[in-house]
Write a protein that binds this ligand. Sequence first.
Ligand code: NAD
Length: 230
Amino acid sequence: MKKLVVLSGAGISAESGISTFRDANGLWRNYRIEEVASPIAWRNNMELVLEFYNIRRKQLFEVEPNAGHHALVDLEKYFDVEIITQNVDDLHERAGSSNVLHLHGELKKARSTVDENLVVELKHWELKKGDTCPKGSQLRPHIVWFGESVNTFPQAASRIRQADLLIVVGTSLLVYPAAGLIDYVAAKVPVYYIDPNAEKQAYRSNMITLAEKAGIGLPKLASQLIKGYR
Ligand code: NAD
């Protein structure tokens, strides 16, 4: 089976109702990033950071995967599909994708502040001051904040190096180091870029662009690839 690697960003979840980073009506609008998504913010104002992620987590419990997520699941019958996502939501997993690597962490998980390998699943949307890990320290959101290292980057780069096909979807390709991942793809590997703004942003000469929403563009591309496979 050919290896089909997918790099997804906030745009794939937009049609499920989760706003993107730069969306004018997005959740981020009411917060300055450095006040809610950095280690300094956590030290200075833990309650505000917890509140920010609690709002996002609560929303996540209320939304469902969309046609874009489902199209990637359909492709698993024909390709060895490996997803790398910048998203912290779990919509790829809930759609049924079996191989998902999160670059920036997971909203429904929390981790110990004394042992970063101690990660727990959250069954409820609310994480509060005083919620502790099995070692007794405060739990923090399992999110890669600005200024923290992306520990899954080497694994993601290795997946992209081995790709026979690459789909980039719903990402502005502006957030590094994630955006730099596409430079690891081998020459001659077809790279499909699905994003309503595909032609305006981050275009590279090896890309086949589909300026569509993920919920339209991904099912279209999936049926094209499946036809080619048969
Ligand atoms: P971004 O906000 O920088 O870019 C979003 C992209 O989605 C844009 O290129 C936009 O044109 C595109 N888009 C908008 N609607 C779309 C649709 N219906 N279908 C396809 N594309 C659509 O997002 P990013 O590049 O992923 O980076 C933002 C960072 O913010 C990431 O690191 C991520 O961790 C975080 N984030 C995650 C979520 C989530 O987990 N769902 C949501 C917001 C932000």
